[in-house]
Design a protein around this ligand. Structure first.
Ligand code: ADP
Length: 309
C-alpha cells in the first residue's frame, strides 16, 4: 500500500505516560497506509528488559474522522483478542504527536514478503499456514468479529514461523446491518484482489463469510504466487470476481505441484457466500487430512523451499 504518512524516524526513546515504561526504538519493520512500524525494546525505567516488541506509530496529523474510523476498530477490537495465531496487542498510548501501539514482534515478515522471495510455497507449508489462519478466523467469528482484510500482507510470521493475523484496521464487530453497511461503504480501500464478490454488491458482503472467501484467495495465492482474480486494473479484477472466473496455471508455468485436493479446497471457498465451508469444515477437507502437515516451518523457508521428508 502506498503511504502518505511521514516517515521520519521515531524518537530514540518513547515514554509511556503515567508508567515507568520506556521503549528504545530500533530499525523500521515496515510501513502501511496509516502507520510505520519499528522494532523496539521495552525498558523499565532505565533498565532494559530484553523484551523485543513491534511499535506501531500512527501520526495523529491524520484527518480526525479517518483516525477515529481506523482506530476505533483497530484498538477496541484488537485489544480484546488473545489467540496464538493473532498478533498480540499489548497497549496503546499517545506520546508527542503520535499514537503508539505496542504489539507482539513478528520478526519474520509477512506471507507476502515470503512469496516475493519464494514465488510460491510447498504444499506442506500451505497446509500448516492455512490451518493456523483457520484457527484465528474461527476464534474471531466465534466472537462475531469479521477481519475483512485478510491477505498475505496482513499475515505476519513470528520468530517460530507461526502465522499471526494482524492489522485489524478494517475489522468489524457484527452489529446491526445498517451500521455495517455504513462502515463498509466508508472504509473500502486498498487492493481488491482479496475482496469477496458480494462486497461489490450494494447492501451485501458484511458478514463473516467474506473472511472465508479470503482464505480461498490466500490458499490459491500461496500455491501460485498470484491472486486468482489478478489483473492490472481494478475494473478487470471486479469483472473477473463477479464472474467467479479464475484459472489454475499449467503445471509447467509455476513448476509447483498443485494437488487436486488443494484445488478442491480453493474451489469450495470461491463460491457464493452461503456455500462456503466454516473454518472447521475447511481443515477437515482431504487437502489437510490425508497428507503431511509439518509441526513447524524453519525460518530458512523465508528464502528457500524446505525439503520435506
Ligand atoms: P497499516 O495499519 O497502516 O496498514 P500495518 O499494520 O500493515 O499498517 O503495519 C505496517 C507494516 O509494519 C506492515 O506491513 C509490516 O511490515 C510491519 N508490521 C506491522 N505489524 C508488525 C508486527 N507485529 N511485527 C512486525 N512487523 C509488523
Amino acid at each position: 500500500m502506498s503511504s502518505s504518512i511521514h516517515a521520519e524516524p521515531p524518537p530514540p526513546i518513547v515514554t509511556e505516560p503515567l508508567t515507568n515504561i520506556n521503549y528504545a526504538t530500533g530499525p523500521a519493520l515496515g510501513k502501511g497506509g496509516f502507520a510505520i512500524c519499528h522494532r523496539a525494546e521495552r525498558y523499565e525505567g532505565s533498565k532494559p528488559t530484553g523484551q523485543l516488541l513491534a511499535l506501531k506509530i500512527v501520526k495523529t496529523k491524520m484527518e480526525p474522522a479517518k483516525l477515529a474510523q481506523k482506530f476505533v476498530s483497530e484498538l477496541q477490537i484488537h485489544s480484546k483478542l488473545v489467540h496464538p495465531n493473532i498478533v498480540a496487542f499489548y497497549r496503546a498510548f499517545a506520546f508527542h504527536t503520535s499514537i503508539y501501539v505496542v504489539l507482539e514482534l513478528c520478526p519474520n515478515g509477512s506471507l507476502a514478503d515470503m512469496l516475493k522471495k519464494r514465488k510460491f510455497l510447498t504444499l506442506p507449508e500451505i497446509r500448516r499456514f492455512v490451518i493456523q489462519i483457520c484457527g484465528a478466523v474461527k476464534y474471531l467469528h466465534h466472537r462475531h468479529i469479521v477481519h475483512r482484510d485478510l491477505k498475505t500482507g496482513n499475515l505476519f510470521l513470528d520468530k517460530d514461523m507461526n502465522v499471526k493475523v494482524g492489522d485489524f484496521g478494517l475489522a468489524a464487530l457484527l452489529v446491526t446491518e445498517k451500521e455495517m453497511e455504513l462502515k463498509r461503504r466508508t472504509t473500502m480501500c486498498g487492493t481488491p484482489n482479496y475482496l469477496a464478490p458480494e462486497i461489490l454488491e450494494k447492501g451485501k458482503g458484511h458478514n463473516e463469510k467474506v473472511d472465508l472467501w479470503s482464505i480461498g484467495v490466500i490458499a490459491y495465492t500461496l500455491a501460485v504466487g498470484k491472486a486468482p482474480f489478478h489483473a492490472s486494473t481494478k475494473e478487470e479484477i471486479y469483472k473477473k470476481l463477479k464472474q467467479g472466473e479464475y484459472k489454475w496455471p499449467e503445471l509447467s508455468a509455476t513448476n509447483n505441484d498443485i494437488s487436486n485436493d488443494l484445488r478442491v479446497t480453493v474451489a469450495s471457498l470461491l463460491v457464493p457466500e452461503d456455500m462456503r465451508p466454516s473454518p472447521d469444515e475447511i481443515v477437515s477437507q482431504d487437502f489437510f487430512k490425508i497428507a503431511y502437515v509439518p509441526a513447524g516451518v524453519p525460518s530458512s523457508a523465508r528464502e528457500k523451499a524446505p525439503v520435506w521428508m
